[in-house]
Design a protein around this ligand. Structure first.
Ligand code: NAG
Ligand code: NAG
Ligand code: NAG
Ligand code: NAG
Ligand code: NAG
Ligand code: NAG
Length: 330
């Protein structure tokens, strides 16, 4: 898999609410490039619902086109993949950039912004994503639908679910990356989400629905599977839910109305490729009926679906997913 080249372009019309408090004011001067780039990174990561968070590496270009009531900006940004999966609540600016030895992904993005008075919006971005070239002799990435790779993940998930400390059964949310070492050893990274099935219940795990994203614990795990000896280790980080409000008397824990999570192999493949389909990436909360949907659905109806343009030469699914990641629609 050495030396392959991928070009994936996705573009999305991004309609976003304007600046978060901690961000500096974006103006129509060339000096404002750093503030604009930082705002762009916030928006890109906010839209990003799969794979890993990205961090700004370098501003490669900054064009200002003045208009009578403000300006349009066009930034060329180079982004680097971090080690924080999107389920990790850590702010992307605090995440470590992935090292060369891990076959990191880099994204070269063109970001368009519109600025009026004190108001700046990201209107569009397109990224060209590729794997950083390395001369190190380190494990290569395999497609996320690799049968052997997924076998290692499934075993790791089963092992995870033997942990009696967990209150509920967890299911796979997404496979982040699978590296293949010499001797057919698999090193996988994947995200899990808590379901409504109590640990040890006799419900068939395939019927377990994930809790709503804001109410679920998530875990991010790394597993090692050696060809010679099978599953060696599964190490996970746990992330608490963002909404810990206690349920009212008689209130049921809300769960996802639609099961977006791959359990069986064929679905998992679909999941890996899913983000490339425009409609597939509605905010997860939209599925979380009835709690959040009421607020979100009208917004979805108004927001135009993103258009995606792809030019793919040869794309291992692993990268495909990360790309889609970089670019996500509202
Ligand atoms: C990023 O893309 C721009 C425009 O396509 C190009 O000029 C620049 O050289 C690219 N940078 C890298 C690091 O590929
Ligand atoms: C930014 O987006 C908001 C909400 O869509 C809109 O009201 C505002 O006019 C936009 N600002 C600019 C400078 O485009
Ligand atoms: C993985 O996906 C690619 C592209 O969709 C497909 O060509 C390949 O056959 C799949 N491999 C497996 C093992 O399913
Ligand atoms: C079991 O799960 C708990 C959280 O529920 C976690 O703190 C602990 O590290 C896990 N133990 C193992 C061996 O993974
Ligand atoms: C994987 O293990 C099997 C036996 O368990 C062995 O025959 C095979 O050569 C191993 N593959 C590699 C690439 O080491
Ligand atoms: C937190 O979850 C509860 C139970 O689903 C819900 O009623 C409440 O609206 C949520 N709070 C926020 C801020 O979303």
């Amino acid at each position: 898999m050495k030396g392959f080249h991928i070009v994936v372009l996705l573009s999305s019309a991004v309609l976003l609410v304007s600046a978060a408090p901690a961000l500096q004011l974006v103006t129509c001067t060339a000096e404002s490039g750093a503030a604009a780039a930082r705002l762009a990174m916030h928006r890109i990561n906010e839209n990003h619902r799969h794979g890993y968070k990205f961090k700004l590496q370098e501003i490669q270009g900054n064009k200002v086109e003045k208009k009578n009531d403000g300006c349009n900006l066009e930034l060329q940004l180079n982004l680097q993949e971090t080690v924080c999966h999107v389920v990790n609540p850590k702010h992307f600016e605090e995440c470590q950039i992935r090292g060369e030895g891990e076959r990191a992904v880099t994204a070269n993005c063109t970001v368009k912004m519109s600025v009026k008075n004190t108001d700046a919006n990201v209107t569009k971005y397109e990224c060209d994503t590729r794997q950083v070239k390395t001369n190190l002799d380190v494990p290569v990435l395999v497609p996320l639908n690799s049968t052997e790779g997924l076998k290692s993940v499934n075993e790791a998930v089963s092992k995870f679910n033997l942990n009696a400390t967990n209150k509920h059964h967890y299911i796979l949310k997404e496979v982040g990356r699978i590296r293949l070492g010499s001797g057919k050893d698999y090193y996988a990274e994947f995200a899990l989400v808590e379901t409504h099935c109590p640990m040890g219940s006799r419900i068939n795990p395939e019927a377990c629905k994930p809790l709503c994203p804001d109410r679920a614990h998530h875990a991010f795990c790394k597993s090692t599977y050696l060809n010679a000896t099978g599953l060696q280790s599964v190490e996970c980080e746990f992330y608490p839910p963002s909404n810990t409000t206690a349920l009212g008397p008689g209130e049921q824990e809300p769960a996802m109305a639609i099961h977006p999570v791959p359990v069986a192999l064929p679905t998992m493949v679909a999941m890996a490729i899913l983000p490339l389909k425009a409609v597939a990436d509605l905010p997860l909360d939209a599925y979380c009926l009835p709690v959040v949907a009421v607020a979100i659905l009208p917004m979805l109806a108004e927001a135009p679906l993103p258009t995606e343009v792809m030019a793919i030469n040869f794309v291992p699914v692993a990268l495909l997913t990360m790309v889609a990641m970089a670019i996500l629609p509202v």
